[in-house]
Structure formats: structure tokens, C-alpha cells
Design a protein around this ligand. Sequence first.
Ligand SMILES: NC(=O)c1ccc[n+]([C@@H]2O[C@H](COP(=O)([O-])OP(=O)(O)OC[C@H]3O[C@@H](n4cnc5c(N)ncnc54)[C@H](OP(=O)(O)O)[C@@H]3O)[C@@H](O)[C@H]2O)c1
Length: 239
Amino acid sequence: MAGAFHGRTVVVTGGTGALGAAVLDKLLDEGAICHVPTSHAASPKGFAFARHGRVTLSANVELGDPTSVEAFYATIPDLWASIHCAGGFAMSPLGQPGSDASDDIFAGMMDANARTAFLCCRAAARAMLASGTAGRIVNVTARPGLDPRRGAGMSAYTASKAAVAAITVTLAEELKGDGILVNAVAPSTLDTPANRKAMSKADFSKWVSLEAAAEAITHLASPENATISGALVPLYGRA
Ligand SMILES: NC(=O)c1ccc[n+]([C@@H]2O[C@H](COP(=O)([O-])OP(=O)(O)OC[C@H]3O[C@@H](n4cnc5c(N)ncnc54)[C@H](OP(=O)(O)O)[C@@H]3O)[C@@H](O)[C@H]2O)c1
């Protein structure tokens, strides 16, 4: 099969989620060999690629745990690109009496977004440096992570995604001499089934389609991207 990723090995964290699935779809079309970690003990219900010949699903991988992350990356031969879609979201209004912006929400957002991205970036960079591969790393931050004014009521999420943006740019600088390109996309609202359910009265046409987001991510992860590094790419749709 021809394709920009023909025969190249790519990790997609969060590949069992909405955006990750769209990224996998695109990568498989382009000939990639994909590895997907999941925190579950078995293939999550609805994971469409469980039987695909070029997808390996690794169960019981906790991406917030350094030992688990290192063990997972140690199983991946010839890593070309590592795409980090794993993450989470929670509201955390601070100023309202009775608000549920607990310390636990802050810790949970930092773990789900910043810590998972940090640990996966570290493991991927180490694997690429060890093999001498001038590979690609792509993180997923979010619009409030670049523009905190858009993060009112979600300071924990916003701070965690700002950390993802900072990790992306610092790592790009650190690895530029090694030819490893590190970037992130920053979506506003993605057009996912979960968002449609949670915001049923919203104008979905203003949201970013999963296919468009996947297209941007796979371009940054592909060998066709020869120069872009340290970019935080806004994917804001019509919002
Ligand atoms: N949806 C939006 O509107 C939106 C907007 C801006 C940015 N983003 C970002 O885009 C990314 C994907 O969003 P999405 O809507 O596709 O999310 P999603 O459907 O909820 O999927 C998130 C995935 O992350 C994985 N994950 C989370 N924490 C993990 C952990 N500790 N260990 C292992 N896996 C973990 C989960 O995998 P398992 O359950 O299999 O373990 C899950 O499949 C996230 O980083 C999100 O913050 C989303």
C-alpha cells in the first residue's frame, strides 16, 4: 500500500477516543502500523480497530504512571511518530459558593492532560534518540491552553492544557538538533458524539470536524512535514 506513512510505526494515545479514532482512520489509510494503549483491561466497547491487522491495542496502560508508560513504549519497535490524544475535561468554577472546584479536579486535570503528555513525550523522545530516528511528536492542547480568556470556569483544564503547550514548545527547542519535530494542535470544540449530547442546542457547524483535526495532526506527524516544529496550531473552526 502506498501512503505517506507506509510501513512507519506510530503510537496514538487516546486512540480509543473520538479524536484518536479519526487519527487512526487517517493513519491506516496512509499505510501506518499503529499502536494504541488503553487503560482498560480489554478492548473498550466501540473500538472499531480491534481486529485491524495493522493495529496493536495494549491493555492496562496507565499513561499517568511513568513505569506503565516506559513499559508500553519499550514494546514498540522502530517508533516513527507519537501522537498524544489522551486527555480529559472537567469544569472547575472557582468563584461560586458551593462550587465543586476541588483540589482533586485540579490534580485530575493535570494528570490526565499535562502528566500524560509529559510522560509520553519523554518516552517517545528517548526511543527516537536511542534509535537515531528523526521522528515526529504531536500533542493535543486546546484553545484555552493558548488563550486562557477562553477558559473561564475551567481553570484546572486550562492550566493543564497550557502546560501541554509549554511542554511542546520546550521539547521542540530541546530536540531541534536531533531533527525530531514536536508540535501540537489546539482545537476549540470538536464535533464529537459526546459534545453533541452535552451541548444539544449548540450550532454544530461552528465546531471542528474530527476529520479536519485528524488531517492537521497526521500532517504534522508525517514525513511530509519536514520543517514545522514548536508550532501550536489553532483549530478553531468557525467559533
Ligand atoms: N472534545 C473536544 O471538544 C476537545 C477540544 C479541545 C481539545 N480536546 C482534546 O483532544 C483530546 C481527545 O479528545 P476526545 O474528545 O477524543 O476525548 P475522548 O473521546 O474522551 O478520549 C480520550 C481518550 O484518552 C484516553 N485516556 C485518558 N486518560 C488516560 C490515561 N490516564 N491513561 C490511558 N488513556 C487515557 C482514554 O483511553 P481509554 O479510556 O481507552 O484508556 C480515551 O480514549 C483530549 O486531549 C482532549 O482534551 C478535545
